[in-house]
Design a protein around this ligand. Structure first.
Ligand code: PGA
Length: 282
């Protein structure tokens, strides 16, 4: 196992570990989960609080791991239905998730968008269902080409953040949403070319694309949370970057001033990676 520790993480970070459709069995899921709880306990022993790790596990494993969770690790869902309840075979509602104390849900990950051909209206309704259940939605915004990134992002933003959604967010901001220990929503910037490929955007480019999103959201009076991880009454959202983030590049990537955290896919399945990422905390 590598003992290499890259640059320490200089600020408070939300780190979403997205297992995607892995591992293949409950037995292996338990083993993987044990690795997280071990390193999380070690962090707690050292009094570290700079990282907010949230595991996004397959829905089949979610209930099991949640009810056999010896640690304070948070477990989120990889998806959520756009409907409240009823005849929607195969779907999982916000109320069901919140009944097992799930506090975060990924929405419209680029793989989900692609595989289920999600329309923006469905995405918006998933966000609304999530908010209604006191679950912080992580709204994934992908783009295909760096040349057209602004156009692609703006199209998605304009079609998703309509008046109804903005009002729902604003009303949550006035309520005690999840006791405001969490941001009302989270944006995840995901360049398709970087997902699972080993390529990353440089900090200048990440900054530029997140600034496009911030400018749009500010025009709707939605503000970035100043406390990067705990929503803390200060703002409405935080911003993540996702795409080939690992133990060797996370220290550099988190120097990007408008990045509040990351979504990790491949690295979330590897012990060496998990250990090093948990160990980089100041
Ligand atoms: P990756 O996945 O880390 O394997 O590139 C990231 C993601 O899908 O968000």
């Amino acid at each position: 196992m590598s003992k290499k520790i890259a640059q320490p993480i200089p600020k408070k970070l939300f780190v979403g570990f997205n297992w995607k459709m892995n591992p293949p069995t409950l037995f292996e899921a338990k083993k993987l989960f044990d690795i997280y709880t071990l390193y999380n306990f070690q962090r707690a022993d050292r009094g570290l609080a700079g990282l907010l790790p949230v595991l996004f596990v397959p829905i089949l494993f979610l209930t099991y791991l949640q009810s056999h969770n010896p640690s304070s690790l948070l477990i989120g869902s990889q998806d959520i239905s756009d409907q409240e309840s009823g005849a929607f075979t195969g779907q999982v509602s916000g109320q069901m998730l919140s009944s097992i104390d799930c506090k975060y849900a990924l929405i419209a990950h680029s793989e989900t968008r692609r595989d289920f051909k999600l329309k923006e209206k469905v995405i918006k309704n998933k966000i609304l269902q999530s908010l209604a259940s006191q679950i912080t939605p992580i709204v994934c915004l992908s783009f295909n080409s760096i040349e057209n990134a602004k156009k692609e992002l703006m199209l998605k933003l304009e079609n998703t953040f309509d008046i109804e959604l903005v009002e729902a967010i604003k009303s949550k901001a006035k309520s005690n949403f999840g006791s405001r220990q969490q941001p009302i929503f989270i944006i995840a910037l995901e360049p398709i070319a970087c997902i699972g490929t080993g390529q990353i955007l440089d900090n200048k480019e990440i900054y530029k694309q997140l600034a496009v999103i911030d400018t749009f959201l500010q025009s709707l009076n939605l503000n970035k949370s100043l406390d990067q991880v705990n929503g803390d009454q200060i703002g409405d959202y935080i911003s993540l970057y996702g795409g080939s983030v690992n133990k060797d590049n996370i220290g550099e990537l988190c120097k990007c001033p408008n990045v509040d955290g990351f979504l990790l896919g491949g690295a979330s399945l590897i012990e060496d990676q998990i250990q090093a990422i948990f160990g980089q905390e100041n």
